[in-house]
Every structure is written in C-alpha cells, then in structure tokens.
Design a protein around this ligand. Structure first.
Ligand code: ADP
Ligand code: MG
Length: 295
C-alpha cells in the first residue's frame, strides 16, 4: 500500500474508534490464521455482579463484603468493580488502605488493621498455603456458571462471594463474521475455571476443545508462542494486565479499550476504543483492503 493510503486508513479508522499504532499492523490482517481471545472483559462484558455472599463463622455478610471491597477498591479488575459496587449498594462505606496489591490471575492481597486479607480464587489461597479443605464444605455446588471468590483473613476463610458475568451481546455475531473472513480457528484463554469458561464458549460458538482455563499471564503468552511455532499467525485480543505478555508476543495484539488498563493498551498494536468486539471484523477487513492496494 502507498504511504498515503495507509495514512488515510489510519486516520479514518481512528475516527471510528480503532487506534492502529502503525501501517504494518494493517498488513498482518492478511495473514492471520488464528484468533485467540481472553474471556473476562473481552468475550464477556466484564460488567460482573455479585450473585451470592456466604459468611463463615461469626462474620456477617456485611463484614465479608466490607473486607473484600476494601481490598478491591483500588483495582480495575471487573471482579473488583462488582464487589465494590455491591458493598456500596448495601450501604457500606469503603476506604482503600493503600496496601492492596493485585496478583494477576489469582486475586488481591491487602493489609487491613494489621490483618492480612486475601481475596481471590482457590489457586491463590493454595499458593499462600491456606488450607482449602474447609472451603469445600462451605462452597455451594449449585453456583455453576459463577466464579467463586474466597475471602480470607490471616489464614481463616471468612466468606465466599459468587460473581457472574454476561457475554457481550456482539460476541456470537462477531465470531461468525470472523469465520466468514476465513479465520476458522478461534480459541479462548482464561484465568477463570473450566466450567464457567466452557459455558461462555458454548454461548458464542467456541467449542470446549478450544477453551483453555486456569491460565496465568505467562501461560497465555506461552500458548501464543506454541501456536506460532506451529506456523500459525496469531491475533490475540485481551483487555487486562494479565493479557500484556500474550498481547506483546502475538503477531497482532488487540486490546479492548474499555477497561483503561494501561499495560494492555501499551502492549497492544491496535486498540478498539468503543463498540467492543464489533470493531474487530471491521478492522480485519480494513487491513486486508488497504494492504491489497498495490503501489
Ligand atoms: P481472564 O483471564 O478471564 O481475564 P483474570 O486472569 O483477570 O481472568 O482472572 C482470573 C481469575 O483470577 C478470576 O476468575 C478470579 O478468580 C481471580 N482474580 C483475579 N483478579 C481478582 C480480583 N481483583 N479479585 C478477585 N479475584 C481475582
Ligand atoms: Mg480479561
């Protein structure tokens, strides 16, 4: 493509909310063989809701929510937003401690009044040496389709939150369109559990064999590398810090700009600013059209 054709395309794409960091990323669109996406906030809306709060021992549900929301209030993770807004809806007033640390793919760690507070998944608690056998007896087994978030004070389980997510309304249609464009391999990588991940996959036409759960940020990156070694040209779409390494590794890293996650935005080559995934097939088509204009 001529430099002026490329510039014109970059400019008009930007007007429709597609920020492309260079003309070379238009060229890649012709060669992409596999689309790999993160789940939470990318295939799903990331507008999560707390659907159940279980309190253990002498703690009340408000206690559990307050500890969890205090830990989560500085995080931009979709789960954090759900926990904080539920606490506010319940009339709780929350103040961040300034000690909270997000641990990608696992949860969040905080110090509240000399107590160590952990909020996250089972793997997070196991990594911290917490005995998770008690958790099994408290956990609800009829909450499938929701993600289980444990709240631990020092080494004691004080509660469990169940959070649910909804698929983006456009996801199914976007994947159908991507397949029409000849990209037939679509895969999902997520830090969440397999049951939830497969359910979301089923709703948008990604078969169970292409759904990969329990992945740390490094696992996502390694998966992209593995595909590349097989000769695939990988387009990766993600929204969060946990996607940074995979976005940087892939041939075409695209982030969904909705979450204002600076790491995701910095490590991607293309940013879809509004309209969620709808802009994805549009971008691929745009790239192919522009790079087919011969000088
Ligand atoms: P995805 O890969 O689908 O975007 P993440 O890697 O962001 O998901 O998160 C994976 C899992 O890590 C979540 O399902 C949750 O169990 C846990 N997790 C991550 N961040 C948090 C947080 N701030 N609070 C609670 N749990 C979290
Ligand atoms: Mg995500």
């Amino acid at each position: 493509a001529t430099p002026s054709a490329v510039l014109a395309t970059l400019g008009s794409a930007a007007k429709s909310g597609i920020l492309i960091k260079g003309g070379e990323f238009l060229e890649v669109c012709r060669n992409v063989t596999v689309l790999v996406l993160d789940k939470t906030g990318t295939i799903t809306s990331g507008n999560m809701a707390v659907s159940e709060v279980i309190a253990c021992g002498s703690y009340s549900r408000d206690d559990v929510l307050l500890f969890a929301a205090t830990a989560e209030c500085s995080s931009s993770h979709p789960i954090a937003k759900a926990v904080v807004s539920t606490a506010i809806d319940n009339g709780l007033s929350i103040a961040c401690t300034g000690y909270a640390q997000q641990v990608a793919g696992l949860g969040i760690e905080d110090i509240q009044q000399d107590h160590k507070i952990l909020v996250g998944n089972r793997r997070f608690m196991e990594s911290k040496g917490i005995d998770t056998s008690l958790i099994l007896s408290k956990a609800r087994d009829d909450m499938s389709g929701t993600s289980e978030i444990l709240v631990v004070c020092d080494t004691f389980l004080i509660g469990i939150l169940y959070v649910s997510d909804t698929i983006r309304p456009e996801s199914s249609a976007v994947f159908a369109k991507i397949r029409q464009l000849g990209i037939n391999k679509i895969e999902m990588l997520t830090g969440d559990n397999q049951v939830v991940a497969e359910q979301i996959g089923q709703q948008c036409g990604i078969e169970p064999g292409s759904v990969h759960s329990g992945m740390y940020p490094g696992d996502k990156e390694a998966y992209v590398s593995k595909l590349q070694k097989r000769g695939e040209v990988v387009c990766f779409v993600g929204d969060g810090t946990n996607d940074g390494p995979a976005l940087a590794r892939s041939d075409l890293g695209i982030s969904i700009g909705s979450r204002e996650d600076t790491i995701a935005l910095e490590t991607s080559s293309v940013i879809l600013m509004q309209r969620g995934l709808s802009a994805l097939p549009e971008f691929i088509q745009l790239g192919r059209r522009t790079s087919s204009i011969i000088i």
